[in-house]
Design a protein around this ligand. Structure first.
Ligand SMILES: Cc1cc2nc3c(=O)[nH]c(=O)nc-3n(C[C@H](O)[C@H](O)[C@H](O)COP(=O)(O)OP(=O)(O)OC[C@H]3O[C@@H](n4cnc5c(N)ncnc54)[C@H](O)[C@@H]3O)c2cc1C
Ligand code: FES
Length: 278
């Protein structure tokens, strides 16, 4: 039976700051006296706060950045839970369970790494790029080995894009309304990059974003026979494998094929399309 990771625990943190980010987002910093060991990008935490309006069930968020004793989360306000987190006051206690999930696999230099982010789906990529540049989980990549294709409906949903660009990798912005970068979605921008030769066709895809974007990424990767990993942002009840609230259909021939569904929270949130299908 898949189980929560051995390093996961529940602990209390303090809100160190909440800064606005983009049109409807915030960067939430949580401080803990005892810093956590370095975390793999795309692992996540369940957050809850005992403040008016916060739902009974904690909400999952990818770790965005980790600096000294602080954990940073890039959060888009969607409903009650995210609104309450965005409105936290300095010093408010936040209950944290994690780190949970698997995180991205090693991003090695065998093929160009194309990271496809849709809106708030950029959150698990910041540390992924930092870690690949530093060689923290295997091969040390050059900035020229990676491209971030960052798509959103409009410019205001390209959260913190300047900070991604400051990492030195190629960042291709794409907006549905043409307010920034390529006029169209992230996959159209990728295809154009392939056509112009700006993005190598010999690549691996890593994607996080809304479901339609992830389904289209899976289709494209299968058509082109590219290796592809998706970080899924399913709705979650518990985050630790108990509630069965996060099923992901498996492929019979894949590594998880002896059961029709994987659990996104404990076997993901990152899956290879060799193992699951959306
Ligand atoms: C592993 C994981 C990592 C995540 N990382 C981040 C992150 O880094 N930053 C971030 O902003 N969000 C992230 N999310 C999504 C985040 O958990 C949800 O946006 C949040 O739970 C919404 O809570 P709420 O109470 O504000 O909204 P609710 O009141 O629960 O919902 C408001 C509306 O949003 C919809 N909704 C809620 N959750 C999702 C979802 N996951 N996908 C699509 N629609 C949804 C609901 O159906 C409803 O229409 C992540 C989710 C997972 C599973
Ligand atoms: S969220 Fe409860 S089993 Fe995955």
């Amino acid at each position: 039976m898949p189980a929560p990771p051995a390093d996961a625990r529940t602990f209390l943190t303090e809100c160190a700051s909440v800064e606005p980010c983009g049109e409807d987002g915030v960067i939430l910093r949580l401080k803990r006296d005892e810093p956590l060991p370095p975390l793999r990008a795309a692992r996540f935490f369940m957050l809850s706060a005992d403040v008016p309006g916060f739902p009974t069930i904690p909400r999952p968020f990818s770790v965005y950045r980790q600096e000294s004793g602080e954990l940073e989360f890039l959060i888009k306000v969607m409903g009650r839970g995210t609104r309450a987190l965005a409105d936290l006051s300095l010093g408010t206690t936040v209950r944290v369970t994690g780190p949970l999930g698997n995180g991205w696999p090693e991003i090695d230099g065998d093929a160009h790494a194309v990271m496809l982010a849709g809106g708030i789906g950029s959150a698990p990529f910041f540390m992924a790029i930092e870690q690949a540049l530093a060689g923290s989980h295997g091969s040390k990549l050059e900035a020229s080995d990676m491209t971030l294709v960052y798509g959103a409906a409009t410019k205001g949903f390209l959260y913190d894009i300047e900070r991604f660009a400051a990492l030195g990798v190629r960042v291709v912005a794409a907006t549905d309304d043409g307010t920034d970068g390529f006029h169209g979605n992230a996959l159209e921008a990728l295809k154009q990059g392939w056509e112009t030769g700006e993005i190598p066709t010999d690549c691996r895809l890593y994607a996080c974003g809304p479901d339609p974007m992830l389904r289209a990424t899976e289709r494209l990767a299968r058509e082109r026979e590219l290796e592809c990993w998706l970080s899924l942002e399913d709705l979650m009840g518990c985050g630790v494998g108990i509630c069965n609230g996060c099923p992901v259909p498996t492929l019979p021939e894949g590594a998880m094929g002896d059961w029709p569904n994987a659990k996104c929270c404990v076997e993901g949130p990152v899956f290879s399309i060799a193992d699951v299908t959306l």
